[in-house]
Design a protein around this ligand. Structure first.
Ligand code: BGC
Ligand code: ZN
Length: 369
């Protein structure tokens, strides 16, 4: 079968590879699920992997099959699989457990291991291919009615985890009635964070770089949230009128904004940091002021990465909720399809150059009935 692979450490190495089709017995105990991939999205992580800034090969292999935003259809199941049937639409989680205590309770997204395993990213082959076989433990069912947007489950699972963590943390307050939220970044993750918070009834201000109107600002406003361009209004300027912010979600990929966000966070507020920033940027910050206000305001800040089964399931539920609350909204994120694994060049070129893209994704195979 065909697969899109890279050679980690070698820039622009994306190429087409040929791999044997996996078989059900790849999972012991008759528990294999064979999935035919229908679509696979790409994001900044894939861009970094192709630029040789990130990514590791599986042990004993000199290439890595990329792609983690998977969506597929079950083709066959082992004799001891009761959870799925052929024809079911499914998404697999990205990370696989290591050895820490968190890994052992299914919270592999919270691993404390230094070495971690992520399909299509780190030490495990990904989903820009035709088939995979996995354990039902790592596969989440997507209702048929959501199949057109199923490829967005994985990117949605990431802010689902971040926001769930924020709510968990805020149980410290005994009573928490968040009213105003700020989302920094209006890319896929920022848009989804806005959606999740709007579905929970918060008043949301989403900050993007570009001045409105454009598709992303239209999408923010279609959710009943406020869009502000940081070119015209800085976070600092906006905070007095749009805040105080009870919850802030940082997803711009630009680390200095994390420190600006610390200044704009309201008393008892929670700031979620979600940008994977590979660089080594340095900034000067008003350290005494930020520290003092954090202390006197009982504020918290939390980092978040990845997501486990629970967050993928939350993503599926919120896609269903969004379909009733904001019909057609989610599908508008699917801006740039590319058809056929052999067109990997177009996939990566679109990902790196299309400035108006929200979600670039590969149509691997037509979805069956
Ligand atoms: C993926 C996550 C992953 C993170 C860090 C993101 O693009 O969606 O699953 O944990 O990259 O590797
Ligand atoms: Zn990702």
């Amino acid at each position: 079968m065909k697969a899109i692979a890279v050679i980690p450490g070698k820039a622009n190495s994306m190429h087409l590879a040929e791999l044997p089709k996996p078989t059900l017995d790849a999972v012991p105990g008759g528990r294999g699920v064979l999935v035919r991939l229908v679509r696979c999205g790409v994001d900044g992580t894939d861009k970094e992997i192709n630029a040789a800034e990130y990514g590791q090969t599986p042990a004993g292999c000199d290439f890595l099959v990329t792609g983690h935003e998977n969506f597929g259809q079950v083709e066959a199941v082992g004799p001891n699989v009761a959870e799925f049937r052929p024809g079911d639409y499914v998404v697999a989680t990205v990370r696989r457990p290591g050895t820490s205590i968190y890994d052992r309770i299914g919270a592999y997204d919270m691993t404390t291991d230094d070495v971690y395993f992520e399909h299509g990213i780190n030490r495990l082959h990904g989903f820009l291919t035709e088939y995979y076989v996995d354990d039902p433990e790592y596969i989440v069912k997507v209702p048929r009615a959501l199949r057109d947007v199923g490829v967005l489950v994985e990117p949605l699972s990431v802010p689902e985890k971040g926001i769930l963590q924020a709510y968990e943390i805020q149980r410290r307050l005994r009573v928490w009635r968040p009213r105003r939220a700020a989302v920094l970044g209006a890319g896929t993750v920022g848009l989804f964070a806005t959606m999740i918070l709007r579905l929970r009834g918060l008043e949301v201000t989403t900050f993007g770089l570009m001045p409105k109107p454009y598709l992303n600002s239209d999408l923010v406003e279609a959710l009943g949230a406020r869009y502000l361009s940081t070119r015209t209004t800085s976070l600092r300027e906006a905070a007095p009128a749009c805040g105080p912010f009870d919850l802030m979600y940082e997803a711009t990929g630009f680390s200095p904004l994390a420190f600006e966000a610390m200044e704009a966070l309201g008393k008892n507020g929670v700031l979620v940091l979600a940008s994977v920033t590979g660089g080594d940027r340095k900034v000067e910050v008003p350290a005494d002021k930020i520290n003092l206000e954090f202390v006197l305001g009982n504020k918290v800040m939390v980092g978040t990465v990845n997501g486990n089964r629970e967050h993928f399931e939350a993503a599926v539920r919120d896609l269903a909720l969004a379909a009733t609350e904001y019909p057609g909204w989610v599908a508008r994120l699917l801006t740039h399809p590319v058809r056929g694994l052999e067109n990997y060049r177009r996939l990566i070129d679109t990902l790196t150059t299309a400035r108006d893209a929200i979600k670039v994704f590969m149509e691997i195979a037509p979805q069956g009935g």
